[in-house]
Design a protein around this ligand. Structure first.
Ligand code: ATP
Ligand code: MG
Length: 190
């Protein structure tokens, strides 16, 4: 049977999650969020897209784009349905989400932009917000007690609750700088 459920006349759109971030480094919270969205919304796959030039974090990013990409690849190795895209790293210039969604847009493909509640709260600062709204459904990943909505009206939005995993890349960089262990905070393969 094909993906359209038996008829080749009505193809079912491929549903793809797009999960951007600096991933400096990727951690177990990112991996858990990607897996939860994949399963909860029944997506075909989730693409992790490390930012090439995270313009809002200039001066605070430690690893090179290639290192952040490679850590992400190692972290999701063997995870069915979760992949890493080098689209933004290859582009090199400042990462604008609408540009990335445009690059990924294709006939019979539905895009789901995955964001943590903190990232949604920051959407007001984004470039090309109206284009972003037209290109994707927003998936807000909400850790226990969190709730967030994109700014303004007319967004297509899904909310995916996940258990709280209290870890951030900042915390990991701080632990490494202090010479402390990061066991359990990053996937063992990264
Ligand atoms: P930093 O501390 O450098 O800001 P970070 O851990 O927040 O790093 P980012 O690369 O900034 O990681 O985040 C990418 C995406 O992952 C964002 O949408 C963010 O909301 C989400 N995210 C970050 N940490 C978690 C977590 N522990 N659980 C679920 N989602 C998370
Ligand atoms: Mg962050």
């Amino acid at each position: 049977m094909n993906r359209s459920g038996g008829s080749s006349l009505t193809p079912v759109a491929e549903r793809i999650g797009v999960y951007g971030g600096t991933f400096d480094p990727i951690h177990v919270g990112h991996v858990a969020a990607a897996g939860a969205v994949l399963r909860t919304l029944g997506l075909d796959r989730v693409l992790l897209v490390p930012a090439g030039d995270p313009w809002q974090k200039r001066g605070r990013v430690v690893a090179t784009p290639e290192q952040r990409l490679e850590m992400a690849r190692l972290a999701v190795e063997g995870l069915d349905g979760v992949e890493v895209s080098d689209l933004e790293v290859r582009r090199g210039v400042a990462s604008v989400t609408a540009d990335t969604l445009e690059d990924l847009r294709a006939p019979e493909r539905e895009l789901f932009l995955i964001l943590g509640a903190d990232a949604v709260a920051n959407m007001g600062t984004w470039r090309r917000l109206d284009d972003t709204r037209a290109l994707a459904t927003i998936v807000v990943v909400e850790r226990e007690g969190e709730r967030a909505e994109p700014p303004g009206a007319d967004w297509r939005v899904e909310h995916v609750p996940i258990p709280r995993i209290d870890v951030s890349s900042t915390e990991i960089r701080d632990l490494i700088a202090a010479g402390e262990s990061i066991d359990g905070l990053v996937p063992p393969t990264a």
